[in-house]
Design a protein around this ligand. Structure first.
Ligand code: ATP
Ligand code: MG
Length: 658
């Protein structure tokens, strides 16, 4: 981006919060003013949500920026905060996790059950020689043992590194090596798409390349045969036989809690390090504020995998620190049928649902009739995370899932930020479809131009964070310099401009005329068309606003006259005829539709109708590969793709339309 981002998309629809929700909301509008008046005081109040073994002496130590220390001198145990204290408060019989296996088997785990399992696992890890500061890799399917393993590590001060269960030998072994882990916790496998999917063979191959690993702890989930080596131990023969009393020890507020590698949408993943007190303070606060969680009556469900930061902060640490009852689901949304999600919402009477735009668009493609078959009336708050949500996908979510009266919280954040940073508050904010609206109380987000100047309302540019926040990453594991270079050297003091340290998130954004924030995708994806910086998100949203389109990905391809030209890959909705002439007609109609919606500058040069888009394993569109296709290059690295055959299909379609 040379200067600022063009602001082409305008949205006039707006939805105030339902009156009863607003009246009873956990967080009211005053929170913004309180936090503005004194940010540190505000976060100090939120830290009091937790139980501290030793109080902090200083809220924030920012004397060595960009290395922050929060709640300096304070000590606490994360597992105690997520489990023991709820049992001590008399909620031992309360269900913490309603677990639903893909084949339909279920388990309901109370807080007392969780305390027992976490204590047993903590005892086992200790027996295996794991002590505070050691690293433990966790490579598990979505089974309750994943949460137990994470909490057991936290309980004894071991730093966990969860690796998504769909990753390859290479991805697993490089992560184990980077963190120098001593133990891997895994399973024989898990269920995916109606059949067992093995995990242990991947671990065996990875461990063969990782001499640091002393033991492999294996949960039996599928019961399939597994090869067995010297380092292997069954979970049911160790953890489930271990003593169920374990005294939690308090750790320093800055004790390392976990390392998590970013999704890898833009390239090589970075090992993001999070610590204890600040992280739990902000995940706990935001989970309570953003979802308006009422632990006594809500049933919360986050559909993310535990292998992503959303699973860490909003399946494990946020909800459990708040004593929530939640649903955890093992499998895919279309097994055994495309109504599985809605069946689960109906079955457990889910009140708060947190999912991703990729899933919402997939459901849109599958058709409105599917959610219509289920009773979704229990839902009261809906959330979205992971990518910009197109306004029409937002409207679809509201109408077909949220029966037109659930507030939608579009939450912007990153692995690096640890917790939600920009989001509506469901009882306060009048939401606009497609906008994450405003920074949460206590968070200072801004949109700036090339020179770090705040852009006026109506302008677009780079999303930055101007003040440190409690759950911020502390560094990139083992690479402080890369931490500084990646996040702090684009703007502000780190870039030699001004006196303040400014965090650059890597995303483009705009402020609309009311100052609401719109996330416009990664700045690496911004297109330069005839001298205008145009975001892929706005063009994609314009395409998705056509009733025949479910999903779209847009890239800028080199063009002799305009510098770059817009090439769009579009997935039609399920009922749309795209054969022969009908397809050609639709393409022309879509080009005109975009031009009408955003202006002639944004009219795509070319539109391809496709059945699938290349996505990362966390479900995010990978535009750089589409750009390779659009520019007739051989494909770059496809190893982080969910399904690499998608690219062959798209590439062959591309040549045939030329
Ligand atoms: P990598 O950094 O390795 O390329 P990644 O950025 O996809 O991977 P994550 O930390 O999982 O890894 O994702 C954070 C990014 O996801 C954000 O920077 C932003 O681009 C996008 N994102 C998340 N939530 C939203 C949202 N609500 N609206 C728009 N974009 C979002
Ligand atoms: Mg990122």
């Amino acid at each position: 981006m040379s200067e600022t981002l063009e602001n082409l998309y305008s949205e006039t629809r707006q939805f105030p919060p339902p009156a009863d929700l607003a009246a009873n909301a956990n967080v009211k509008a005053e929170a913004y003013d309180e936090a503005d008046e004194n940010r540190q005081w505000f976060w100090e109040q939120q830290a009091k949500r937790l139980s501290w073994a030793k109080p902090w002496e200083q809220v924030l130590d920012w004397s060595n920026p960009p290395f922050a220390k929060w709640f300096v001198g304070g000590e606490l145990n994360i597992a105690y905060n997520c489990v023991d204290r709820h049992v001590e408060a008399g909620h031992g019989d309360k269900v913490a996790i309603h677990w639903e296996g893909e084949p339909g088997d279920t388990r309901s785990i109370t807080y007392a059950d969780l305390l027992k399992s976490v204590s047993q696992a903590a005892n086992t890890l200790t027996e295996l020689g794991i002590t505070a500061g050691d690293r433990v890799a966790i490579y598990l399917p979505m089974i309750p043992e994943a949460a137990v393993a994470m909490l057991a590590c936290a309980r004894i001060g071991a730093t966990h590194s969860v690796v998504f269960g769909g990753f390859s030998v290479d991805a697993l072994s490089t992560r184990i090596q980077d963190a120098d882990a001593k133990l891997v916790i895994t399973a024989d496998g898990g269920y995916r798409r109606g059949k067992p999917s093995a995990l242990k063979p991947t671990v065996d191959d990875a461990v063969a390349q990782c001499p640091s690993i002393e033991h492999v702890l294996v949960v039996r989930r599928t019961g399939e045969d597994v090869a067995w080596g010297e380092k292997d131990l069954w979970w049911h023969e160790t953890v489930e036989q271990a003593g169920d009393k374990h005294e939690p020890q308090a750790f320093d507020s800055e004790h390392p809690l976990f390392i998590l590698y970013t999704s890898g949408t833009t390239g090589k993943p970075k090992g993001i390090l999070h610590t204890t007190g600040g992280y739990l303070t902000q995940t706990s606060y935001t989970h309570n504020a953003v979802f308006d969680l009422k632990p006594e009556s809500d049933v919360y469900w986050c559909t993310a995998d535990i292998g992503w930061v959303t699973g860490h902060s909003y399946i494990v640490y946020g909800p459990l620190s708040n004593g929530a009852t939640q649903v955890m689901y093992e499998g895919t949304p279309d097994t055994p049928n495309r109504g599985r999600f809605w069946e689960i919402v109906d079955k457990y009477k889910v009140t708060i649902l947190y999912t991703a735009p990729t899933l919402i668009r997939t459901m849109m493609k599958w058709g409105d009739d599917i959610p219509a078959k289920y009773d979704l009336s229990s839902l009261r708050v809906l959330g979205s995370v992971g990518e910009p949500i197109n306004p029409e996908a937002w409207m679809w979510y509201r109408a077909n899932v949220g029966h037109d009266n659930c507030p939608i919280v579009d939450t912007w954040w990153q692995t690096e930020t640890g917790s939600v940073m920009i989001s509506p508050l469901p009882g306060v904010t009048s939401t606009k479809p497609g906008s994450a609206m405003t920074a949460l109380p206590g968070i200072s987000a801004d949109v700036v131009d090339d020179e770090a100047r705040s852009v006026p309302n109506g302008g677009g540019g780079f999303l930055v964070l101007r003040e440190p926040w409690p759950s911020m990453l502390r560094t990139i594991w083992g690479d402080d310099q890369r931490f500084i270079d990646t996040y702090w050297s684009r703007f502000g003091k780190g870039a030699g401009v001004g006196e303040d340290w400014i965090y650059f998130a890597g995303d483009g954004a705009k402020k609309d005329d009311d100052g609401a924030l719109w996330l416009l995708g990664r700045v690496d994806d911004v297109m330069l068309i005839s001298g205008h910086n145009i975001s892929t998100t706005e063009v994609e949203s314009a395409l998705v606003s056509h009733p025949s389109v479910a999903e779209a990905a847009v890239v800028g391809a080199t063009d002799p006259t305009t510098g770059q030209a817009i090439v769009a890959f579009t997935i039609p909705r399920g009922n749309v005829d795209t054969s022969g002439e009908a397809g050609e007609k639709l393409i022309q109609e879509l080009r005109l539709h975009v031009a009408k919606k955003l202006g002639p500058i944004a009219k795509p040069r070319q539109i391809m109708l496709v059945a699938e888009l290349p996505k990362t394993r966390s479900g995010k569109i990978m535009r750089r590969l589409l750009k390779d296709v659009a520019e007739n290059r051989s494909l770059g690295d496809v190893t982080t793709l969910q399904d690499s055959t998608v690219m062959d299909l798209i590439s062959s379609g591309m040549t045939s339309t030329k």
